[in-house]
Design a binder for this molecule. Structure first.
Ligand code: ZN
Length: 260
């Protein structure tokens, strides 16, 4: 029997168990990841919004101060109008007064606009903050659920990964290369035994001559229908101990592949 093929079949068994374990965790790990990402993005958005509020607030204060100064100037020009000695001086002061009044009016308009903008940006920022708090609460709850879910399977996963690493060392690189290519394309099942003359993956008949050649377990074949790595039943018996029921999942997936 080819030891590398034997361990390759073992690797398949371990990986199938790992796949099942991860599948049983459901969508929660992904959902928690997504939530974490959303919380980070929301924090960044809130930071931008807070910065915007601060900028508008600062500009608003500046305009407010400028209004106070312009009002003082306008009052000063008004007083000076009574103090002038010549028409020329009067015209000059009147020009400055009118200019000051125009600028004052523009500043008052801008102040009103900034007031509205400030209110709006503050409302936006505070609703963002509420959303963020809600998301953070949700995340914290989901993280607790995930933690207990992981605790149930974490040890199993650790053991399987350890076994996987040890098994991997016993498989020849060319077998691993083949396995890594086939597995993702075949829904995780890359190595199957030949059983009763059919491929354990797609149940199509394997040529009789090939079945005989696989019997001793010292070589493999590639199923001409599904492309999986087929090994003699002697290998699966050595690993499983006894004939395993044909996995229903494989049969089901095969139907899907045929309809592609
Ligand atoms: Zn097949």
């Amino acid at each position: 029997m080819n030891e590398s093929l034997l361990h390759l079949y073992e690797l398949q068994k371990i990986d199938s168990q790992l796949d099942e374990l991860i599948e049983n965790r459901g969508e929660l790990p992904q959902r928690v990841d997504d939530l974490r990402q959303m919380v980070l993005e929301q924090r960044a958005r809130l930071q931008d919004a807070d910065q915007h509020v601060a900028e508008v607030d600062k500009r608003s204060s500046e305009v407010h101060q400028e209004i106070i100064e312009l009002r003082e100037k306008v009052e000063k020009y008004k007083a000076q109008q009574f103090d002038v000695k010549t028409t020329r001086e009067y015209d000059a002061i009147t020009f400055q007064l009118e200019d000051g009044q125009k600028r004052l009016a523009r500043h008052v308009d801008e102040s009103a606009r900034l007031g509205l903008e400030l209110e709006q940006t503050r409302t936006e920022a505070s609703s963002m903050k509420e959303d963020l708090l809600e998301m953070e609460t949700d995340l914290a709850q989901q993280e607790v659920t995930l933690k207990s879910l992981m605790a149930e399977t974490e040890e199993d996963e650790k053991q399987l990964l350890k076994k996987r690493a040890a098994t991997l060392k016993l498989v020849r690189p060319n077998h691993i290369g083949m396995y890594d290519r086939v597995r993702p394309a075949k829904n995780g099942i890359a190595v199957v035994p030949v059983r009763n003359g059919v491929c354990g993956g797609c149940f199509n008949a394997i040529p009789r001559q090939l079945v005989l050649e696989l019997k001793k377990g010292d070589k493999h074949a590639v199923c001409e229908y599904c492309g999986r790595i087929v090994v003699g039943e002697v290998i699966s018996l050595a690993v499983d101990g006894e004939p395993q029921p044909m996995p229903a999942q494989v049969a089901h997936n095969e139907e899907e592949e045929e309809s592609e």
